[in-house]
Design a protein. Structure first.
Length: 169
């Protein structure tokens, strides 16, 4: 059984607000570049040079695009579990290496101090807006893997159907 879930780490309204703010900042720096290069206005004493304005404009636009797309992606395919935070923080676990799968209770955002890819002393977490979570014990790993999900039973079922000896609790 294959499983796929794309889970946002922020509410849609917050993602929209942050994206709008970043696009606005990008436009301000873009206008500063335009003003200096095409309108021929001099750089003010407290201003930044046009090449820096263009660089900041481009970086801010890329960050705005990334923030608008950021989500935790959880996939179970064939013999592997894949978890990632967009293009970063990728984890690949062979299903045969999973020793146990347990439900995780509590406020995970508070426990891990936020949303996203989180590292604690004995846990690695992909913390999103999911309503529930699972905790995986993996062979030869010091940290357990915690993944929030909207449907813990389907994820556990996919892990169990593809892995022969997983202990599901």
């Amino acid at each position: 059984m294959n499983y796929f879930e794309k889970q946002p780490i922020m509410p849609k309204k917050l993602i929209l607000a942050v994206t709008i703010l970043l696009v606005f900042l990008s436009a301000l720096f873009g206008y500063s570049f335009y003003e200096q290069e095409f309108l021929g206005k001099p750089v003010p004493a407290n201003g930044i040079a046009s090449h820096w304005a263009l660089l900041i404009c481009a970086i801010t636009a890329l960050v705005a695009w990334y923030v608008s797309k950021i989500a935790i992606i959880t996939k179970v395919e064939d013999e592997y579990l894949f978890v990632s935070l967009g293009k970063f923080g990728k984890t690949k676990v062979a299903l045969k290496d999973i020793e146990s799968v347990e439900d995780k209770e509590g406020n995970l955002a508070a426990e891990f101090l936020g949303y996203g890819y989180r590292i604690k002393l004995k846990q690695l977490g992909y913390i999103g807006r999911g309503k529930s979570a699972i905790e995986l014990r993996i062979k030869d790993q010091k940290r357990t893997l915690v993944i929030t999900t909207d449907n813990a039973s389907s994820l556990k079922e996919a892990l169990q159907s593809n892995g022969e000896s997983i202990g599901v609790h």
